[in-house]
Design a protein around this ligand. Structure first.
Ligand code: MG
Length: 298
C-alpha cells in the first residue's frame, strides 16, 4: 500500500503511523496497528480500491503510468476542451458539469473579456461572465437534478462514478459538436486519480480517452476549464434560485451548520420526503437535520 501511494506520501506523519499520503480529495493515514484511515470527499472511492484486496490493485500499478495524464508544459497556449463540475460538495442543488472547447486563436479575446479562475469571482460576476463567454465557445452543459442523483446514489453508485459519467458524457458531446475541428487535447479538472476515473467508466459504450489530461486546479492551467467552471457554476446558481423559489427561505450552499438548519426547516414545512427534490439525501446533513427535529428547541 505504501508503494502504491509512494508519490503522494507527505513528509510529516501523525504519531504511530507508518505513512501519511494525500491524493486529490482524500488523505490516507496508515497505522502500525494495521488500521488505515481514509478521510475527505473522495474517501469512500479511495477506500473502495482496496476492498477485498491484499495487495495493490493491478489496474493501479505501476504508478508511473499516471505520468501520461499530466498536461504538457505549453498546454496553456493550445486548443483544448476543458471540463469541470459544480455542486458535488453542496447538500442542496444539482450537480452541473460543463465541457468547453477553446481554440488557441480565441485565448486572447477571452482573457480580455475577463475569463479567469472562477474561485476568485463573486456570484454576480460569474453570471455576467458566463453570458459573455457562452456565445463565443462550443460547449455542453449537463445537469443532474436531485431526484436523479438520489436515485443513482441509492442504487449504490458513488459520487465519484457519477462525476466520471457526467464528465465523459459532456466531453463526448463536445467532441461530436466539434467534428472536423482540430483540438490538441482534453483537460479534466482532476477529482479522482486517472486510473480510478477510467475504472469508473468501464462498461460505458464510448469512453473519451484520446489525448486526455488531468490536473488539479485545472481552471488555472487552461482557460477552457475556467470557462467550464464558470458555465457550470452559473447553471448551479440558477438551479439553486429555482429551488429557492419553492421554499419560503434561501437555500444555503455547502454542507455546514446553516445547511442542517435549512434542511430541518424544510422537513418542518414540507415533510422529510421533500428533501429528495432539493438535496443530496445521503449527506450526513439529513441525519443532523432529523436530529434537530427530535431535540426540543430551547
Ligand atoms: Mg473541479
Amino acid at each position: 500500500m505504501k508503494a502504491h501511494y509512494q508519490s503522494y506520501i507527505q513528509e510529516k506523519k501523525p504519531q504511530g503511523s507508518l505513512f501519511f499520503a494525500k491524493v486529490p480529495g482524500c488523505v490516507i493515514t496508515a497505522y502500525r496497528s494495521g488500521k488505515v484511515m481514509f478521510q475527505g470527499k473522495a474517501a469512500e472511492e479511495e477506500a473502495g480500491i482496496w476492498k477485498g484486496q491484499k495487495s495493490a490493485p493491478a489496474t493501479q500499478w505501476p504508478p508511473t503510468q499516471s505520468g501520461i495524464y499530466s498536461p504538457p508544459e505549453d498546454i496553456r497556449k493550445m486548443s483544448i476542451i476543458g471540463s469541470d463540475e459544480v455542486g458535488t460538495g453542496d447538500y442542496f442543488g444539482p450537480i452541473t458539469v460543463a465541457a468547453v472547447f477553446i481554440a488557441s486563436t480565441q485565448l486572447q479575446e477571452l482573457e480580455q473579456i475577463g475569463l479567469k479562475d472562477s474561485k476568485v469571482l463573486k456570484d454576480w460576476q460569474i453570471y455576467d461572465l458566463a453570458e459573455n463567454v457562452k456565445p463565443k465557445v462550443t460547449y455542453r452543459l449537463l445537469t443532474l437534478d436531485n431526484p436523479s442523483y438520489n436515485r443513482l446514489q441509492g442504487k449504490g453508485m458513488t459520487q465519484g462514478k457519477i462525476k466520471a459519467l457526467l464528465h465523459n458524457q459532456a466531453l463526448l458531446q463536445v467532441t461530436r459538436l466539434l467534428e472536423g475541428t482540430n483540438y490538441d487535447g482534453i483537460l479534466i479538472d482532476q477529482f479522482a486519480k486517472p486510473d480510478l476515473y477510467f475504472k469508473y467508466l468501464s462498461g460505458q459504450s464510448t469512453i473519451v480517452k484520446e489525448k486526455v489530461f488531468f490536473s488539479t486546479k485545472a481552471e488555472s492551467v487552461h482557460l477552457s476549464v475556467a470557462a467550464a467552471s464558470i458555465i457550470a457554476r452559473q447553471s448551479f446558481l440558477d438551479a439553486m434560485e429555482q429551488l429557492g423559489d419553492q421554499t419560503s427561505f434561501e437555500l444555503p450552499k455547502g454542507a455546514g451548520a446553516a445547511v442542517d438548519e435549512a434542511a430541518a426547516r424544510l422537513i418542518r414545512d414540507k415533510g422529510e420526503e421533500s428533501l429528495w427534490q432539493f438535496a443530496k439525501v445521503h449527506f450526513s446533513n439529513t441525519d443532523k437535520a432529523k436530529q434537530k427535529m427530535n431535540t426540543p428547541r430551547q
